[in-house]
Every structure is written in structure tokens, then in C-alpha cells.
Design a protein around this ligand. Sequence first.
Ligand code: ZN
Length: 573
Amino acid sequence: MMSDRRKNLLSYLIIILLVSIFGLASCSKARKKEEAEKMSELQKLPDIKIRLAKYSPTEIGCDETLLNEEEKKVLEKLVLASMFMDNIFWKQASTQGLAIKEKLEKSTVPEDKDYLHFLKINFGPFDRQDENRPFLGTSLKPLGAGFYPADLTKEEFTNFISQHPETKEEFESPYTVIKRKNGQLVAIPYNQEYREDLEPAARYLREAAELSSNPSLKKYLLQRASDLLSNNYYQSDCLWIDVKDSLVEIVIGPFEVYEDSLNGLKASYESFVYINDFEEMKKIKGYLLYLDEMQENLPVESKYKGQKVRGLESPLNVVFEVFTAGDTKAGIQTSAFVLPNDEKVREEKGTKKVFLKNMMEAKFNKSLIPISRRVLLAEDVAFVTFEAYFNEVILHEICHALGTDYITLADGSRTTVNKALRDLHSPLEEAKADVLGLYSVPLLVEKGWIPAEKEKEVYTTYLAGMFRSLRFGAREAHGLATLLQFNFLREKNAFLYEPQSEKFKVNFPTIKEAVKELAQVLLTLQGKGSYEEAAQFIIRYGQLDELTQKTIEKLGDIPVDIEPLFRQLGSDF
Ligand code: ZN
């Protein structure tokens, strides 16, 4: 039996225990409440689930059986190096992104998971698909993202440079951030500002170089590692062009300047880790054999054809994307890129154009297939194939080389199509590349390069793909280029609309002739170089009619893009 004293002691202890448990509980309750309040200070747009649904989570990765042990080890180091590009881009995209991410990661409010998820997709609290409208908080995204003081205007920036001309170079460098120090603007080099992320990234690149037995890759990786730390990328940019016969490759560093909407000067960090698809590249080289015949076959007088086929601006590389980080991973995913951007490197060494084939296929499956189910007759959906889509993209690139570059104007002066057509050049050039690709299909079938039974796939996939492109709007060159083609070909009855089913279909008896006519129109507009005539064509065919508008609206709930999940490589998604 327990003595009373002991009983008392026990109840005393139990009371203390209960009080402390209760105390702890109420304490942590208070803390949670405090956190929730802090988060609720950030105004949240309520439609987060709809915004998230615009991105379809999709696993992206490579077939590791393609790689030997050495290549696997190299790849792993390249992925580790790349992860630091994410860190840097968070800082570049906005000043508050990382702090909000940290808060959301600690939050116990269930709905905050969605906000965190969307924050990661956008690398910040601004929706990249909704003109950077804030979905968390109310402050607008500064035009200069995280590259400049948030309150800096373009005027202040240019005024400062004209008052201090000695600062021009460092202020306009793609590789500095601008800050205020003691009331004065200063430029801080990237290698200083982002040192904590660049040092480990460089270390992993060196480790990858040590593991690799490919001399050209080794050389590039070592140089890239030291360039990341010196802030001068010229040498390694050149060495990237020279990387040969390596299955595994990486592009890493500051490249595109789109994130800087204030001045379009500052480069964002990003990375692509990929595996070369040498088989597919061999196939593309086969296409190039027909380039001269394709030029000869163009349906216009020889003065509008151009003298001789220009060389392709850059070699076409087809790769499997294994991992990406930074700028390229934010919002819409890249399916092809041309690098480097440095003009000096471009002149001396040229560029590489890289197609990320598995990324294109993921987009095709998650976006183009659902779109075709919505807009095409049911029996035609099966003819929308990735093979045809990929072929179309490659032909588009090749066909930029066809037609004419230099022209003689009505007054006898020589100039380029680009200079003559100015702002109208891009949409017409993009439309030309699409249409000449399609126009060359019968020739390539005749040559046995494209099997005849695939022809139906080519035209049906082309029609479905138009709606994917139109969804992104007619304001940029590719969207407008698509609209021009769609309206012209509809007028020529190459596409038919069935009001009963509210679906479109290709009219096979007329499409080839209509494509030929459109090729004639576009090549002639370029060959004449008349700005007036080009403007008239764009006004006539560049309008979105009600039916097309309504059809595009019906696609609202289909994902606009994918969200890449690099799960097997330890990404935090
Ligand atoms: Zn193009």
C-alpha cells in the first residue's frame, strides 16, 4: 500500500506533468496560431487548385541502361552541381521568394501545401502564366526581378550611367546585380553575390571532370568550373561547342535575360543535364541530304527561291533531358534551346541547337493529345502521333534555311528580308518554316524518306498542333504565325468544321494544293520585301474569329504544360 505522503507526492507529480503537457500543448498551439497569422498576412488567391492544374506533374528522366558505370557517376555529379542553380535562381527571380518558401515549409495550414507547390513551380509568389500576378501577397513583381533594388526605375538606372560613364560596363554587364549602398547605386559581380552557391557547384563540376574519360568533356567541365568563379564565361562557352562523342553533357551558368524585364540585361542561372541521342541525330543528317532538292522544289519563280541553300544556322542535336534547374525550370518548360548567347562566341565558334526530345514527348502526351480529343473528330485522334509532331519540329528548323535572305527592292536597292519587313519579319519567317516543312512532305514521301502511309498523320498532327500554339496567344511571333496559317488554310477549305460535333478535320483532297498556295504567298512576300503587302496579309489573316476563339476557350482545363519530376535523382519535388 502506498503511504498518503507518497500518494500526495504522486498526485503532485501528476499535476505538474499535466500542467506541463497542457502548457506545452497550449504553447505550441499558440506558436502554430502565430505562424498561421503570419502566413495569413499574405493575401492568397483562392483559385490555387485551378492554377496548379495548368501543370501536369510528369516524371522526366533517362533510360539509365544507356549509360556505363563511369557515365552514371559523372551524371550524378552534374546533377548535384545543377541543384545550386535552383538556389541562385530563387534569389534572382524575386527578393522575397525564398523567405515565403521557408515560411510555407513550416506552416501547418493544410492548404499551404498547394501554395508551396505553386510557389516552387514559379520560383516565387508570382504566376508566370498570369502575367506575373501575385498569388501570394499583394506586392507586384518588380520589373527588374531580384537583379535591381525593387524601387529602381529604368530612368534612374540610365541617368546614373550617364552621370557616371565609368560604371557603364559593369552596370550593363549580364553578370552583375545592382544594389544600393549608402544611398549610391553599385554593381556587384555574380561571382561575389552568389559565391556560396557557385563554389560547391564548381566543386561538383571538377569532381565530374575527374571521373570522366572523355577529354573534350573533361576540358569543358574544368574550364566551366573556374569560369563560374571568375565570372568570365568566354572560354568554357567555346569549349562546350567542342564537346564531342560524350553521351553525357551539361549546360550550366547564367544565360537568358528574359527575367530582367526592366532592362533585358541580366542573365539568369540555369542548367540542363542531358544524354545525347546519336541515333536520332544520324537520322536528321539524312534529311539534310535533301535540302537542295527541297529548295529547288519550292513553288515560286527562282528569283524568290534564293540562290543557294544557306547552311543551317546551327547543328541540330537531339537529346534526352535528365535534369534541369533554375530559370529553365520555372513555369513553362523548354523543349529546345540555342546556346551560347555570347555574340563573340557565336561568331567564332557558332552555336548548338538542342532538342529535348523526351520533354517534347511529355508535352505532347499531356497537352497535345487531350487537345486533339477536344478539337478533332474522334476517328482522327489516332492520327496525332509524336513521331509526326517531332518530324514537323525538325522540318521547321531545317526549312528556316530555305527561301531567300537577300533581296532586291522595287527601287533596285539590295537589302535583307529581315530589314525590309522589320517587325513583320518574325511571324512571316516562322509561318514560312512551318509551311515549307509541310509543303516538302510529298517530296520526301516520293524520296521514300517519309513512308506514304504516314502522310495522314503529318497533316492531322499539324492541325491539332495549331490549337496548342494558338492557346499561347497570337501576340508573339509563333502564335501569330500559326493564326496566319490556320485562317488561310481554312479559307481554302483545307480544314473543315463540322457544326454538329463542333470538331475540325483535315480536308485531304485540298490540303496539299492549299499548302502550296500558302507557300507561294509567303515566299513571294519575303522575296518582294514590301512592308505594305506583308502588313495587308497579316491584317487579313491574323484575326482570331469567334469560332476559333470559342474552340480555344474550350481547352481551358487542359494542362498548359508539364511540371517535371526528377524523382529518381533526388529532387525535392
Ligand atoms: Zn522557327
